[in-house]
Ligand binder design. Structure first.
Ligand SMILES: [Zn+2]
Ligand SMILES: [Zn+2]
Length: 817
């Protein structure tokens, strides 16, 4: 009986495709293996993944064959394939889109996959015409795509020929994995049997007096390894030679004398027993730990509300230890790459090289390496710290998922599809493994608080700061009053400016938060009010002083600043508004001695840009850090005693159901960067509407008050957590056409959903990159969620399959932020 396989293709086409698995391969092929198939009118070659095997031929057409099975073992686990399916169903996207997001791109082969001659092989004539043509072509062109290879040798399926040449070692795929994957080994220097303990070392100091170079090498080792302190570190052989200036012969001599020994092991994996001791928990931390453990006995998901600087990380580490002791794995998610690099040091100090890190700024090679390692040796890195994409790794014995800063909107992927929220999918992932999920935050989101209050999640809290530090004092500054009394120095009120001077004189650090990057958000004609806008988007241009240009923050295009008004010709143009670049400039004038740096998208590009900035601030090389919301993330700064929030009003003015919740979270989080053990710190909030209830709630650090204020509003308008929202953005170059399609979509949904269909409406920026946008919002009922979403999916499929709507692009965002 023939065997069939349902294949996921790396394309935005819905569903899977059934292919026939030919005789020799059908016994071996398994779900999670990659195969090569031809697809579509052009019979293009793709590598897809086997979702399942069965004996049902495809209905209504003759099956096409699988051309090649690429893997000996599956590269994705059954649990991963299940997670992909859940994501595709929940977020209304295709399985192919999820697969492309999930797999490191080295594992996704496609028609563009390149063939190259294998290193060191000189193409020998094989006597087989087709093979020789390929080898010849490779010698001349260095690389070929699979597609080109097929055309050259005139075969629809070039894979058997290619496979033969690959097996003969003559060619390989450019993105191919190392054939036999091995960890990179490193040599480490440790103290040998003759040099254990301080007394033995002192003996060597004396006896090496006549070998000053060897003595110097030993001294340098003690310094580098910190082996006489409580905080030792590992020293690589190369590092020791480089930093001591010693020769390999001198090192070898000391090894022979058993002062040193060399150990070879995989990079980052510490020798047994060389890991740190647990921290001593405070009374409050211990209580929180007990509460979490108790809550886990009855519920798989627990929310931990811990105020800023309460020491949540130590509580997490105790839980990690517990799970490791059971021989299971831990996934520790953080919303920002910067946070993963800050926490990794602390985790490695405790758990050594068993901790791995995974995020999108790692190289493809590093990502693939960790993937394969977790697949073949799950015990090698039982703790994985990562940003949202770490969710997709092949876990096999997952016991706990920690989602820290669970309120953070960075957990949501906006583009491209799948538009998933890693916090929500973490709960699904844990469920697939029978694992627990711990959500932690100082400012939990409304949905999580609601789930905790209604018993869906367990709950624990940590309401005191570590070391009994108190929360920072909040000073509200009324900008209207300051202007009237002429107490403004540029954008800074006198109280804030004075406090900055004081902090500077005490050698303490400060953070200034302003949620707009660039210099000035707009230019404006003084005579007629004209504002320059992007030619391709309906949005005003932001002035960037560093390159003296106007830039569109939606499409990135740059423009030269206009010399006169395009509407009335007046040359009286002025800049309006305040961006981080201007804040930085004003501060430099106000405090000429201060060392000031800026943290926003413009200053943190590149692989290490952000890390360098954080290192400099951490080392005290910067006095004042000016930044956008990047400074509100849960970063640990120990010397910050002053935080200034400029223009608090601008945070609360967005016409969005979450704007108050977000404003509260941003202000409470940035306030939490201030003050540690000995000094609670001070936070200045400047605003015109300074008596706004949200600012009062921030001043009182009142998360419960925030919840009590927002929840009735959400309920009255049937917003989440009472409903689930779906946001659909329609795009087309023609405004009339996109409006008509959006109208048709809304009309098609209204019979079933009534006034729970909102729109169509143009979004605040209604044209981006020359495409006109319309938004249709849905509020789906939680009780009939599945059937309503199915109705939506059917309606979308039906409506947008037909002209004239077919040309309109639709983006579906389930649970939008
Ligand atoms: Zn004008
Ligand atoms: Zn633009």
């Amino acid at each position: 009986m023939p065997t069939y396989a349902d294949i996921i293709l790396p394309l935005a086409v819905p569903g899977t495709f059934t292919y026939e698995v030919p005789e020799p391969a059908c016994g071996r092929v398994q779900p999670g293996m990659r195969v090569v198939v031809a697809f579509g009118k052009g019979r293009k070659l793709y590598s897809g993944m086997v979702l399942c095997k069965h004996d049902q031929p495809p209905a209504g057409r003759s099956p096409q064959p699988v051309l090649e099975v690429l893997d000996e073992h599956p590269v994705a686990t059954p649990a991963q394939l299940q997670l992909w399916q859940t994501i595709s169903e929940h977020y209304l996207c295709t399985l192919g889109e999820v697969m492309v997001a999930a797999l490191p791109s080295a594992l996704v082969l496609s028609s563009n996959t390149r063939l190259v001659a294998a290193p060191g092989s000189s193409p020998a004539w094989t006597g087989d015409n087709r093979r020789d043509i390929l080898l010849d072509a490779l010698e001349q062109r260095h690389e070929l795509s699979l597609q080109e290879a097929g055309q050259l040798i005139g075969l629809k399926n070039p894979m058997p020929v290619i496979k033969q040449l690959m097996n003969a070692g003559a060619l390989q795929m450019a993105e191919e994995l190392e054939p036999a994957w091995k960890p990179r080994l490193q040599q480490y220097v440790v103290l040998g049997p003759e040099a254990q303990g301080e007394t033995a070392l002192h003996g060597w100091f004396d006896s090496l007096e006549r070998a000053p170079k060897q003595l110097h090498l030993l001294m340098r080792y003690i310094e580098l390894s910190r082996c006489l302190t409580d905080d030792p570190r590992e020293v690589r052989r190369e590092e020791l030679l480089k930093r001591s200036g010693a020769t390999a012969a001198e090192l070898k001599r000391l090894c022979e004398r058993k002062v040193f020994a060399l150990e070879e092991r995989a990079a980052g994996v510490p020798a047994e027993g060389r890991v740190g001791k647990p921290a001593v928990l405070s009374q409050a931390q211990r209580q929180a730990l007990t509460d979490i453990q108790a809550a886990f006995t009855s519920r798989p998901t627990v929310l931990l509300h811990g105020v800023t600087a309460s020491g949540k990380t130590e509580v997490y580490m105790e839980l990690v230890q517990e799970v490791l002791d059971q021989g299971r794995q831990v996934l520790y998610l953080l919303p920002e790459i910067a946070l993963t690099t800050q926490i990794i040091g602390r985790l490695r100090a405790r758990f050594g090289g068993r901790v791995a890190v995974f995020h999108s700024r790692l190289s493809q090679r590093e990502r693939t390496e960790l993937w394969m390692q977790l697949l073949h040796d799950p015990g090698s890195h039982p703790v994985v710290v990562g940003a949202r994409s770490a969710l997709f790794l092949p876990f096999q014995r997952l016991g706990l998922v920690i989602v820290d800063e669970e309120h953070d909107p960075s957990y949501k992927q906006h583009d491209p599809s799948p538009r998933y929220n890693a916090r929500d999918m973490a709960v699904v992932l844990a469920g697939l493994h029978g694992a627990k999920t711990l959500l932690g935050s100082a400012t939990p989101c409304m949905e999580s608080l609601y789930n905790a209050r209604h018993g869906k999640y367990g709950f624990a809290s940590l309401r005191v700061r570590y070391g009994d530090a108190v929360l920072p004092a909040i000073v509200k500054v009324d900008l209207a009053e300051m202007h009237k009394k002429r107490k403004m120095r540029g954008s800074f009120s006198e109280p804030l400016a004075t406090a900055l001077e004081l902090a500077l004189s005490r050698k303490e650090q400060a953070i200034i938060f302003r949620n707009r990057r660039g210099y000035a958000p707009a230019w404006q004609c003084d005579t007629c009010g004209w504002i320059p806008e992007c030619a391709h988007c309906d949005v005003s241009l932001t002035y960037h002083k560093s390159d003296h240009g106007l830039r569109c923050h939606y499409c990135g295009r740059g423009y030269a600043p206009p010399e006169c008004c395009a509407a009335c010709g007046s040359t009286r143009l002025r800049m309006v508004g305040l961006g981080t670049e201007k804040v930085e400039e004003e501060l430099a004038l106000l405090l000429p001695e201060a060392r000031i740096a800026r943290m926003d998208q413009d200053t943190t590009r590149g692989k290490h840009g952000l890390q360098r900035l954080l290192d400099r601030f951490g080392q005290g090389d910067i006095d004042i850090l000016v930044g956008t919301q990047m400074v509100t993330k849960g970063l640990d700064f120990h010397q910050v005693t002053l935080v200034g929030i400029l223009n608090a009003d601008s945070l609360m003015r967005f016409p969005d159901l979450r704007s108050h919740e977000r404003a509260f979270q941003l202000m409470a989080q940035v306030a939490g960067r201030s003050g540690r053990k000995h000094d609670p710190g001070t936070v200045f909030i400047q605003g015109r509407d300074i008596h706004h209830p949200i600012i009062d709630l921030v001043a009182r650090h009142d998360v419960d008050g925030m919840y009590a204020r927002e929840l009735p509003l959400r309920e009255a308008h049937f917003y989440p957590p009472f409903s689930r929202m779906v946001r659909m953005v329609l795009k087309h170059r023609d405004a009339t056409r996109v409006q008509a399609s959006a109208q048709a979509l809304a009309e098609a949904l209204k019979p079933a959903l009534g006034d729970r269909v909102l729109g169509p409406e143009p979004p605040p920026v209604a044209r981006v990159r020359d495409k006109h946008l319309r938004v249709v919002l849905l509020k789906l009922s939680r009780t009939a969620y599945r059937s309503e979403k199915q109705h939506l999916a059917d309606t979308l499929d039906r409506l947008f399959a037909e002209p004239p709507h077919r040309a309109v692009q639709v983006q579906v965002d389930v649970d939008p932020l």
